[in-house]
Ligand binder design. Structure first.
Ligand SMILES: NC(=O)C1=CN([C@@H]2O[C@H](COP(=O)(O)OP(=O)(O)OC[C@H]3O[C@@H](n4cnc5c(N)ncnc54)[C@H](OP(=O)(O)O)[C@@H]3O)[C@@H](O)[C@H]2O)C=CC1
Ligand SMILES: Nc1nc(O)c(N)c(N[C@@H]2O[C@H](COP(=O)(O)O)[C@@H](O)[C@H]2O)n1
Length: 301
């Protein structure tokens, strides 16, 4: 089986046509300025990026091991799919919990590191700026292996805190931008509808580009799944629109056990229904492609 060609074909079928080709400098810039990247001469209001939520889990629903210990769940072929997804998206987001726990690179590698123009821009939800100095993301930014600037999202005015954080030097060198986004009411957690609002901050909207891949971890996946944006006026008033456009879950034929970390699932009325688009056996793993839908009948069984 030619997995390279097979997975490219699969992604071309699952993604909207205009997103199925990897980003180039010109279509990212066009998206950030509100222009269609199909070279249309008309201007349309900028929209939120297309959001893909993706993770790998064991058969017993765990995304990492005991105490959050990082586990390689994806087999060779589904890992190739993950790296093709990284290449396809303009930006990639994780929570600071994943940065601290896994120290990920978040680069696209097929298997070698792709050139910078094929790398997604890293975005970290880091309300109190606790990204450590040892983060590979910072090293990648410094050494030209990853896109710059990395965007760190904080929920409060952090001018003073930046100076004290491990991000200070990278921020001064322009390798990291600190962008403030409102928190959810009564919490320090970033409000996700505000995060994706194209009018929030031009630096953020430029970094997000046309498409955002959300990789984790547990709390961030849960927050994104439950987040909604106001329905456009054309849709029925009782309908909530999910923030996430596509969910891609790799299930590996492995058991982790009850000590492993699962996505903290919310109450049934706080999660969308998943409409299957495609289910694909990729090597030994099964990959589910689903579209979240969220309306008044979502909970009927
Ligand atoms: N198998 C897989 O595919 C993957 C597995 N993982 C695993 O996930 C685990 C890490 O998950 P977890 O510890 O939950 O950390 P996360 O990566 O989900 O980060 C959570 C932190 O992000 C910040 N945050 C800001 N806004 C929000 C928001 N709206 N919703 C949620 N969080 C927000 C908070 O930081 P603060 O506390 O500073 O306020 C919060 O504690 C690790 O074990 C890792 O191995 C991670 C990625 C993929
Ligand atoms: N696709 C996939 N399969 C797994 O089995 C995984 N454990 C993950 N984890 C995610 O990848 C990050 C590590 O990325 P780098 O290789 O360092 O670039 C990790 O933090 C998780 O987000 N993904």
């Amino acid at each position: 089986m030619d997995w390279d060609a097979h997975l490219d074909h699969l992604l071309a079928q699952v993604y909207p046509r205009e997103l199925a080709t990897p980003p180039t400098a010109s279509n990212v810039a066009a998206a950030a300025s509100g222009h269609s990247h199909s070279h249309s001469t008309t201007t349309r209001p900028p929209t939120k990026p297309f959001v893909t939520l993706t993770w790998a889990q064991s058969i017993d629903g765990k995304i990492s091991g005991h105490n959050g210990h990082q586990v390689v769940l994806s087999g060779k072929q589904s890992m190739l799919l993950s790296h093709k997804l990284r290449r396809l998206h303009d930006s990639i987001l994780v929570g600071v919990g994943t940065v601290v726990n896994d120290n990920p690179s978040l680069t696209a590698r097929l298997p070698d590191l792709l050139p910078l123009e094929s790398q997604p821009t890293p975005i970290v939800l880091d309300p109190t700026l606790r990204t450590p100095a040892s983060a590979k993301l910072l090293e990648n930014a410094r050494t030209g292996r990853g896109k710059v600037p990395i965007i760190c999202i904080t929920s409060h005015d952090q001018d003073a805190a930046v100076e004290r954080s491990a991000l200070a030097e990278a921020n001064e060198r322009g390798e990291v931008e600190i962008v403030q986004v409102p928190a959810e009411a009564g919490s320090t957690r970033i409000s996700l509808p505000d995060l994706l609002d194209p009018s929030m901050d031009p630096r953020l909207s430029r970094a997000l580009g046309r498409s955002l891949m959300v990789e984790g971890g547990a709390s961030v996946l849960s927050s994104f799944l439950s987040a909604t944006v106001p329905a456009p006026s054309a849709t029925p008033t009782d309908e909530r629109v999910p923030l996430v456009d596509l969910v891609i879950v790799t299930v590996a034929p492995t058991l982790i056990g009850r000590e492993g970390v699962a996505i903290p699932w919310l109450a049934a009325d706080s999660i969308p229904r998943l409409e299957p688009i495609r289910t694909e056996v990729v090597g030994n793993d099964t990959v589910f492609f689903c579209r979240p839908v969220w309306h008044s009948t979502a909970l009927s069984v």
